[in-house]
Design a protein around this ligand. Structure first.
Ligand code: 5GP
Length: 188
């Protein structure tokens, strides 16, 4: 008999996402009225970045970094693709999909901080403080969530669900059993 699918919960629908993005874009535009370098972390932050940058009313440069996924327990993160833009003397904001353990955020804040930017801070769509290993200052937060796995709007499971229009919680055990268990969210 098939395992029952644990029901997903929509955290943000399309309107909710756009409201959060607009608020963050306004906060960033007000704080950095002299321009900004946005450094987005591939690949989960791409939909968020695309909406965020278009909702901003200041001069921005967009660049990307990619990191190696860390092996659980090691806490080691490595740059596999660096940004091409020089951040020296510039205000920089790292754009993340979700800050979970904080390892990615802490690594990037330190790495970009060594390049003599005017300032470096962090903007994340989702903050999940429950599993934090490294404390990080999050300057711009879209939504704080409880200890749930999150999919949609860039966030994936095994490469799936990045193009969902909503942000939803999903049960990791259900996904491990059937990675397509939440396909119904495409109609949400
Ligand atoms: P960190 O643990 O370093 O804060 O987060 C590393 C990365 O793990 C995030 O950028 C994200 O790609 C992935 N991640 C962490 N939590 C979740 C989650 O709930 N859902 C998904 N889809 N990815 C997550």
């Amino acid at each position: 008999m098939a395992e029952p699918v644990s029901a997903p919960a929509v955290l943000l629908d399309q309107d909710g996402i756009q409201q959060v993005v607009k608020r963050l874009a306004d906060e960033l535009s007000a704080r950095y009225d002299d321009g900004l370098v946005l450094v987005a972390v591939l690949r989960g932050s791409v939909p968020f970045l695309a909406d965020l940058v278009r909702a901003m009313s200041i001069r921005t440069t967009v660049d990307f970094v990619a990191l190696s996924p860390y092996a659980p327990g090691t806490g080691r993160v490595r740059l596999v693709m660096d940004a091409a833009t020089s951040v020296e003397g510039r205000d920089v904001v790292i754009v993340e999909d979700i800050v979970d353990t904080g390892l990615t955020a802490a690594f990037l804040l330190s790495e970009l901080g060594r390049r003599n930017p005017k300032s470096v801070s962090l903007c994340t769509l989702v903050d999940r403080p429950a599993r934090r290993i490294v404390p990080v200052d999050l300057d711009f937060v879209g939504l704080e969530v409880e200890d749930h796995f999150v999919i949609g709007y860039g966030l994936d499971f095994d490469g799936r669900y990045r193009n969902l229009q909503v942000l939803a919680t999903a049960d990791p055990a259900t996904l491990a059993n059937d990675p397509d268990a939440y396909l119904s969210l495409y109609g949400a």
